[in-house]
Design a protein around this ligand. Structure first.
Ligand code: DGY
Length: 322
């Protein structure tokens, strides 16, 4: 008998087709996030529940005695939306999709860095609104990116890909802050220097790009005190998780021009972002597009398929995180 699996959102067609060949698949045709009841029903009725970042799997979801699912195949590398301890306490295996999205997420970090420094969003708004009245030497001058210092928080796969682009493409100097020590050979690839404290990183960089996981451990890692230490000409780029930055502190700094700008792809309380961010000219705001290419979104799906296959044949999946 085929295993029953439930997808909480629509996935790329090629991946859905493959899943349908192998499993008894229930697809969320309406593509809106499940309610808590619907999520619990999924865990009761399926062997695998395939989730995404829009599913809030807090401990109460697993507070049932009749769970059938033995695996959560999360579509995405981040899993701070899943209460791992509560799921594993119910003998549920959790997997994610690392590696395949590192390059595209790094591309979006670089996109945001260039857009905010070179005022691309502002420029496009001016042109589309019919307010552009031609070239002049003083028009919309931004900040040069090449040769500047990029600080990276979290030097995992995505952080390293961002550093590679910045260093080899734009001749930037790379400073990193990472909780564990990074080997000399990995640092050497992008001539990166690892600093001991977040404070020293924040005060020395021209651009700060966040690549650490979300969740409790990094909640408001970038706060008012840290932002106050940054250069007034510095920019913050966030493609990690919204909760890593204290949004009130960021908005206050951007409004008072105590930093120069921010390029954001992720937000606290997505998709309901703080209206004040939208009203600021010194922000570039994208709707969580880090992994959003056809190639990557398919690769993420196929990675989940591989994890399921390994799990259902009795192996520990390669991308097991809980
Ligand atoms: C991830 O992979 O965690 C992204 O943020 C969503 O795809």
């Amino acid at each position: 008998m085929k295993k029953k699996i439930i997808l909480t959102r629509r996935w790329p067609q090629a991946v859905e087709d493959l899943l349908c060949k192998r499993y008894d698949v229930e697809i969320n045709e309406h593509d809106v996030p499940f309610t808590r009841n619907k999520m619990q029903e999924a865990f009761r009725s399926a062997d695998a529940v395939l989730t995404t970042v829009t599913d809030k799997l807090e401990s109460d979801v697993f507070d049932m005695s009749d769970i059938r699912a033995s695996i959560i195949g999360n579509y995405g590398v981040g899993y701070s939306h899943i209460d791992i301890a509560s799921a594993t306490a119910r003998n549920i295996v959790i997997t994610n999709t690392p590696d395949v999205l590192s390059e595209c997420t790094a591309d979006i970090a670089i996109t945001l860095m260039l857009m905010i420094a070179r005022r691309a969003g502002e420029g496009e708004r001016e042109l589309r609104s019919g307010n552009w009245n031609g070239w002049r030497p003083t028009h919309m001058t931004g900040c040069k990116v090449s040769g500047k210092t990029l600080g990276i928080v979290g030097y995992g796969r995505i952080g390293q890909e961002t550093a590679r682009r910045a260093h080899h493409g734009f001749g930037m100097q790379i400073s990193i802050y990472n909780r564990s020590e990074i080997s000399a050979s990995v640092l050497k690839e992008n001539s990166a220097v690892q600093v001991d404290s977040l404070e020293s990183l924040l005060q020395s960089v021209d651009f700060l790009s966040l690549h650490c996981p979300g969740g409790e451990q990094n909640h408001h890692l970038i706060n008012a005190a840290g932002i106050k230490n940054m250069k007034p000409t510095a920019y913050i780029i966030n493609t990690a998780r919204g909760e890593v930055i204290d949004s009130d502190a960021l908005i206050c700094a951007l409004s008072n021009n105590t930093i120069a700008g921010a390029g954001l792809d992720v937000y606290e309380n997505e998709p309901n972002l703080d209206r004040r961010l939208i009203d600021l000219e010194n922000t570039v705001l994208l709707p969580h597009l880090g992994s959003a290419t056809v190639e990557t979104r398919e690769a993420m799906g196929f990675r989940v398929v591989r994890n399921l296959e390994q799990h259902f044949t009795g192996l520990s999946p390669e991308d097991r995180v809980g």
